[in-house]
Design a protein around this ligand. Sequence first.
Ligand code: AMP
Ligand code: MG
Length: 364
Amino acid sequence: MKHNKLITFGLILLLSMAVLAGCGTNSGPLSGSVSTNQKAANEHETVKPMAETFFIFDTVVSVKIYDNRATRQHFNEIEALLNDIDSKISRTLETSEIYQVNANSGKSAVKVSPETFELVDKALDYAKRTDGNFNPAIGNLVTLWNIGHEGAKVPDIHLIEAAKALSDYRLIELNEDTQEIYLQKEGMAIDLGSIGKGYAADAIYDYLEEQGFSSAIIDLGGNIYAMGQKPGGKAWNIGIQDPDKERGNPIGTIQVEDKTIVTSGIYERFFIEDGKLYQHILDPGTGYPVDNGISSVTVVTKHSTDADALSTTLFVLGIEDGLKFIEDTPDTEALFISKEQKLYATSGFKALLNKTNNNYTFAD
Ligand code: AMP
Ligand code: MG
């Protein structure tokens, strides 16, 4: 029930974001549809987007290319690219590289592709910078809580403790020379759910750029890349989701050009037990979902891999430490929305935001 509702909500959210991004309507099913008759978002637009949606990484992925040269072949190649990423970094796909790394924990090192190696390396950087609050070794806790999937419930405390004991990121060993990853303790598991969608968004961006495209909306379940400008040379309008609403209502919009916008929110994946909401970002220190008064965190920057890692990082760090952390991160803006409907933003984000919902007010 909850799960279905969540999926429906997610779809509504996606659709509304797409509309706000100026992409017209999207009526395609979850996979394989190409729609070429979208309405231009404003009268200056002469280029209609060519669009397709895919279902991968447990997520609806939508790509809209605003260029008359876009063909079905381009979308086929994007689909192949997404499958290739999944075959490298999925925690659950038995043939994936990360699955092999996890299966060989405490036994042997596993040679992986340069892409997987670099992504784990990047995730480890964030783990070090946050003293393990961002933690790619959190796989066992993620599996145990199973949040966002059927039957999720609060696990037995002993199981939480056992999973916690297997989540020390310092036991992830990377060998640059051999490109091998070794998990030093048997039963450990890497999970890249916090960074993988951003990585995929960057990969699609790079592909589109290589193909000579410069105007597109790449959307992986709310993890957005607004590539270049809208046709006609204007900035994109991207909605910032109201975390309290199920209708895809934004609290406002931001205007961006060639930027990624990534949100981590309590509404994305969650379950409710005994009236309490348990969302999907976990505190590696307690082994429980983070419960720090944050409803969502949105990050705007140039690279989606970083934005994805950062949105999760800032969520775990909390508002005060998160704002300090982001101050030390160049060319990056962030907005925290609290459960009390207060907004905490970097000055750059505040300047970008065209707030339309007056229930939300800035904290300072
Ligand atoms: P995101 O939606 O990008 O914020 O990522 C959330 C996902 O990252 C979860 O569904 C887990 O797969 C994983 N995750 C949960 N807690 C953490 C954490 N503290 N550090 C890193 N990854 C996490
Ligand atoms: Mg993330």
